[in-house]
Design a protein around this ligand. Structure first.
Ligand SMILES: Cc1cc2nc3c(=O)[nH]c(=O)nc-3n(C[C@H](O)[C@H](O)[C@H](O)COP(=O)(O)OP(=O)(O)OC[C@H]3O[C@@H](n4cnc5c(N)ncnc54)[C@H](O)[C@@H]3O)c2cc1C
Length: 450
């Protein structure tokens, strides 16, 4: 039987989702207790939208601070997506707040009103830039938007690292809104409101400051340095980092971390990479495909450079003994399976496992030998390499016919599938596996797009 999520975990998810969605109720109670009858008035509607917007905005900032508990419960990519939805809701509510306040009468000369409007303008600009340039969304199916995005990216004025720095301005926007909220007469006249709203904004800003500064200092003190850099194939490099005492990271196989190498060779930006080594190894290894300026520069990274490693994160972690499993990897999306299968090689295979790995050329299947050897040593492990752009045996595609044959080994009722690779592979593999009878809960993936 496919394992159910533990009860405590399911309850934790429901609880924290409830907190995120209903937390505006507490501050709203502080403003409206005894006055709910006035809610239809434009002043009260403005207040309602403003309070809900502020709390939702603060919650969105907390989610961006990589809180380990939320990562464990929901998965990193889903937490980040939810953070985006909360931010969008906060903006809509903030505009509603301004509109209702304008209907009632907006006093533009007052300092706290100016702070609020400046915050909203800043927040809206950052959100628009994020939506247009940083994340993939269905909005980009609109041709004019897609063309504008392509033009701006081509000019390279908006590389991802700069965009990320710009995104930090949301913390400044929250600081400005906090000033706005605390100095507004409706808040200042009541101690409970001052306390609740002040604590909410301060807690969110503190979480963000810890994430940006405190966590970086802790990572620096871990003392990781680059121990080895070696090519692993066309545009592929493997980097090993190590710290005194040979202690790696306490990660589960399949997790990733944010890496920052303090070298002028690549700049100091932080990028996410999956940990390809197994837990317990003396070094932490990653394999990187050169896809842009940063990843291309890593091949020239000298050894001895200080490395900061924030993590581990992610729930792409199949548990040994809960299979059978079908692993589907595209290109560099093999990295989580390297860690998982290395760990099971040592511990022993407790499940039937099929790995199908596709790449354009044989040279890109950089760990082919390791998996072929694994298949010889473990009868329950089956390795299926698929090359898409070279003639010879193993040439083809990961299509429904192939997946149908692989699913047939263990049957769709018991199988758990894990998919990692480019977006188009992920989408097609999920669709095929669902059509082949795997329930939604049995198909796992984690986005490789940050
Ligand atoms: C959870 C996760 C695990 C990953 N594991 C691996 C791995 O094991 N091996 C591997 O080669 N790649 C991995 N990636 C992808 C890798 O992070 C990107 O290829 C790399 O950051 C691209 O940087 P670039 O500047 O060279 O390319 P660019 O051309 O500048 O960027 C290409 C795309 O990568 C993303 N990206 C760029 N910079 C950043 C950044 N600072 N932070 C977050 N995303 C960024 C953006 O979506 C961008 O559109 C992983 C990504 C994620 C989210």
């Amino acid at each position: 039987m496919r394992p159910e999520r533990p009860r405590a975990e399911r309850l934790g998810r429901v609880f924290w989702l409830g907190v995120a969605l209903f937390s505006p109720a507490l501050p709203l109670h502080a403003y409206f207790a005894g006055n709910w009858y006035s809610i239809g008035h434009s002043y009260s509607l403005g207040m309602f939208a403003g309070v809900a917007s502020y709390v939702t905005f603060a919650n969105a900032l907390v989610l961006s601070a990589r809180v380990p508990l939320f990562d464990r419960l929901f998965g990193h990519d889903r937490v980040m997506a939810f953070h985006g939805y909360l931010a969008a809701a906060a903006i809509v509510l903030a505009f509603a707040h301004v509109v209702f306040k304008a209907v009632f009468g907006l006093h533009l000369g007052m300092g706290h009103v100016q702070a609020g409007l400046a915050a909203l303008a800043l927040f809206a600009i950052v959100a628009a830039v994020t939506l247009l340039l940083m994340i993939e969304s269905s909005l980009h199916r609109l041709r004019p938007l897609a063309a504008l995005r392509a033009r701006l990216i081509r000019r390279r004025a908006f590389d991802y690292t700069r965009l990320k720095r710009f995104h930090n301005l949301t913390a400044l926007a929250l600081a400005l809104v906090t000033v706005h909220v605390l100095r507004a007469a409706a808040t200042a006249e009541n101690r409970l409101r001052l306390g609740v709203m002040g604590a909410w904004g301060t807690a969110a800003l503190a979480a963000y400051a810890y994430h940006k500064a405190g966590r970086a200092i802790r990572r620096y003190r871990q003392g990781f340095t680059v121990a080895d850099v070696r090519p692993r194939g066309p545009a592929l490099v493997e980097i090993a980092i190590r710290r005194p005492g040979d202690a790696g990271l306490p990660h589960r196989p399949g997790q990733f971390a944010y890496f920052r190498f303090l070298s002028p060779v690549c700049g100091r930006a932080e990028h996410p990479f999956t940990i390809a080594s197994a837990p317990g190894e003396s070094s932490v290894r990653i394999v990187v495909k050169a896809l842009g300026d940063y990843t291309a520069a890593l091949a020239a990274l000298p050894t001895g450079v200080r490395a900061l490693c924030d993590g581990p994160y992610g729930r792409f972690t199949p548990a040994r003994g809960t299979g059978p499993f079908l692993f589907v990897a595209g290109g560099i999306g093999i990295t989580p399976f390297l860690s998982i299968l290395s760990a099971w090689d040592t511990a022993g295979f407790a499940d039937s496992v099929t790995l199908v790995w596709t790449a354009r050329t044989r040279a890109e299947l950089f760990a082919d030998g390791f998996f072929a050897d694994l298949a010889k040593r473990h009868a329950t492990f089956c390795y299926v390499p698929v090359v898409t752009r070279e003639a010879g045996s193993g040439t083809g595609r990961i299509d429904r016919a192939l997946l149908g044959r692989l699913v047939g080994r263990d049957g769709p009722a018991r199988l758990s599938a894990y998919i990692c690779g480019p977006e188009n592979l992920r989408q097609s593999a999920v669709a095929h596996l669902r059509a082949l009878g795997l329930p939604r809960a049995a198909v796992h993936f984690e986005s490789f797009n940050a």
